[in-house]
Write a protein that binds this ligand. Structure first.
Ligand code: GDP
Ligand code: MG
Length: 220
């Protein structure tokens, strides 16, 4: 059904004018005529690991050196064509990593389809804190009902967290896949969203009645 043509979708979408934020970039069939998947993805991880930078790079292709402390929670929408007959509307929620907002943050991901869990490759404490994040996640959602990708951020800088440590962590929590990114250079930004989208589509198709399969419209 997917025909493996997900790979180019992020890059092509980003280069189309008006393609971000809403459906206005689409020609041809309206979204009503297509199969429409709706997914919610939440960005998690300690303060300053680069969650807001990742979202800005992906949605607006912008990058900002200065750190702006996100107070509330914000989301951006992106509509991504999957093939001729289907689109995915992905809502990506940015959160605040601060400890005091942890309980509130849970409310945002408990009904999500995917999580990008970030740590900063130059910050050992952001890595050490991952086990607390995973603890929170395991207490909040059914882990194998969602797609969770561990994201090592700021890969353009010299790493302080050892690759061995990261590898054994990923092996230990085998529900995680792992991607290193840089929002500064753009490295693997499209890839990480393509990957989580692919996982969510596959999971959604597996859960659907095989008779109905691709015709299913998932509403949340
Ligand atoms: P958040 O608190 O998780 O939302 O983190 P931000 O996105 O606000 O980023 C925190 C700081 O790290 C900012 O000063 C960013 O410019 C910086 N930063 C984010 N991503 C990268 C990256 O890929 N490379 C480098 N060198 N710095 C980054
Ligand atoms: Mg932020």
């Amino acid at each position: 059904y997917m025909d493996g043509n997900l790979s180019a979708l992020g890059a092509s979408d980003m280069n189309m004018p008006n393609s971000s934020f809403n459906d206005s970039g689409y020609s041809g069939a309206t979204t009503e005529e297509r199969n429409k998947y709706e997914f919610k993805v939440v960005l998690l991880g300690d303060a300053a690991v680069g969650k807001t930078s990742l979202l800005k790079r992906y949605i607006k292709n912008e990058y900002n050196e200065e750190y702006q402390c996100s107070l509330g929670v914000e989301f951006e929408c992106k509509t991504i064509p999957l093939d001729q007959n289907s689109v995915a509307e992905v809502k990506i929620w940015d959160t605040c990593g601060e400890e005091k907002y942890r309980a509130m943050t849970k409310l945002y991901y408990r009904d999500s389809d995917g999580i990008l869990l970030l740590f900063d490759l130059t910050s050992q404490s952001s890595f050490d804190n991952l086990k607390n994040w995973i603890n929170d996640i395991q207490n909040t959602v059914v882990i194998n009902k969602m797609s969770i990708i561990l994201v090592g951020s700021k890969a353009d800088l010299e790493k302080k967290v050892s690759p061995e440590e990261v590898n054994s962590f990923v092996a230990n929590y085998n529900f995680l896949s792992y991607v290193e990114i840089s929002s500064k250079t753009g490295m693997n930004i499209e890839l990480v969203f393509d990957k989580i989208l692919r996982e969510m589509v596959e999971r959604n198709n597996r859960e659907d009645d095989p008779e109905e399969g691709a015709n299913e419209v998932k509403n949340k």
